[in-house]
Design a protein around this ligand. Structure first.
Ligand code: G3P
Ligand code: MG
Length: 243
């Protein structure tokens, strides 16, 4: 199934929570996408924004809070009362769940201004090493090329995907420099000739955040391999027809 559950099935459950991840296989997704950054005490945690303000009942920067402080927050209530008590997961907890579900995970390395990218990569690498998941269950992605270079150096066996909003003119050079596996771009900016160039060069091509199947019908024809979506359920009728 070629839909990745973006931050889990984030249209049906609070994003980047274990509950949202558990829904992914139920909607036919082999892959989930998660966002990872470091807590103040250097634990890789799964949350998208630089602050906890939008997705928890707390406030402040993730990087200024310890794991104990982050774990005290409610990460479900903002979405709905039904999800009261949901917590911000660690990367370690998420990998354990991935293992139990037998799914795969696209780990987006989030680098915000002032973040220490080397520290982020080193701490993520430690957690990955401990988890001992088969490498084909893992993919790193990032908008930050240095993060991907560092992961290439410390965990070369794990595949890397370069995130761009739109594919830049020097894409092939940059992809080559990190021995990329995949190119991930915003479906709204992808041009058919860029898709053709990426496919001819042998890269997997992923598009985010494709929430309406009718808006990406052409993209499949251009060779896009994967849609990263908050709404995998929207693709179910299409998938059923194909199967
Ligand atoms: O991996 C695709 C997508 O997650 C990149 O953007 O901001 O949703 O993390 P963002
Ligand atoms: Mg992301």
């Amino acid at each position: 199934m070629n839909i990745t559950a973006h931050r889990g099935v984030s249209s049906l459950a609070p994003e980047n929570t274990l509950t949202a991840f558990r829904l992914a296989p139920q909607y036919g997704c082999e892959w989930i996408e998660i966002d990872v950054q470091l807590s103040q005490d250097l634990i890789p945690v799964v949350i998208h924004d630089q602050t906890v303000n939008r997705c928890t009942n707390g406030s402040g920067k993730v990087a200024d809070m310890t794991l104990t402080q982050l774990k005290k927050l409610d990460a479900g209530l903002w979405f709905s009362e039904q999800y009261r008590g949901e917590k911000i997961p660690t990367l370690h907890e998420t990998l354990k769940l991935v293992q139990a579900l037998g799914c795969r995970v696209n780990i987006e390395l989030k680098v915000y201004p002032q973040d220490d990218v080397a520290q982020l990569c080193a701490e993520v690498a430690k957690v990955i090493d401990e988890a001992k998941l088969p490498t084909d269950q893992l993919l790193f992605s990032s908008f930050d090329r240095q993060a991907l270079q560092l992961m290439q150096r410390c965990l070369p066996q794990i595949r890397r995907g370069q995130l761009w909003q739109s594919i830049p003119p020097k894409a092939l050079e940059e992809l080559d420099s990190i021995e990329a596996y995949s190119v991930h771009c915003d479906y709204r900016f992808l041009l058919p000739e860029q898709a053709q160039q990426m496919k001819q060069a042998g890269y997997q091509l992923y598009c985010y955040t494709a929430n309406f199947p009718e808006l990406v019908e052409q993209h499949w024809d251009w060779g896009v391999n994967m849609m990263i979506s908050d709404r995998p359920q929207a693709y179910q009728p299409v998938i059923n027809q194909v199967c």
